[in-house]
Design a protein around this ligand. Sequence first.
Ligand SMILES: [Zn+2]
Length: 226
Amino acid sequence: MRRCPLCLKLDTQLFHQDKKRSFHHCATCGMVFADGATHLPPQAIRQRYGRGGTQDNQRQLSPFLLSLLEQITSLHGTEVRGLNYGRVLDTESHWQLNSAGHELSQYDPFTAPDPEALQSQYDFICCFRVFEHFAAPHREWQLFNRLLKAGGFLAISTRMLTNPSRFDKWHHKNNPAHVSFPCRETFEYLAADSGFRLIFAENDFILMQKPSGSDIKRDPNSCPAL
Ligand SMILES: [Zn+2]
């Protein structure tokens, strides 16, 4: 039995086995995860950066962030300070965002390991197509919890597992750098466990809000249509 790398419970069982890896399912948070013994070493993950699929993700990051910034700014009603975690913007796109008056810090463990970025608190955190790479997502969840201001938003883009019975046919799980496969239930669990508000969790987009001091509830129908 493996310990779930997200909720840390031992309520797991073997879910799928292929030629290279075994995958386990956590009954507590619903996440499927690859056996830690088969994770790629950090150097191999670093070398995978810049390949085809990653380049596609990179191209989509800038429009995703721009749309997110507009939505969060409209919800927040004022200028916002954000953290882009795990996949950094190219220099020109980052400059354009800053020129538009947005304050965006960035952190990537491989290409931008800036410890200063993890010492502030933010109105929102963007985590674009990197959750699947988290070997120990419990750590990232704790980090996001610490870095978000009260009332702050967490926006995650990741492929969610929607059809467990077809996991063996799911192309997404074949990338050896993909190790964590959450589903909607996973984010419902995280929200309930941490007191976050789950605003949206569909179509591979998840938006959550850390409770504010006054714990003002927002209309779930006002979610960003990203
Ligand atoms: Zn779990």
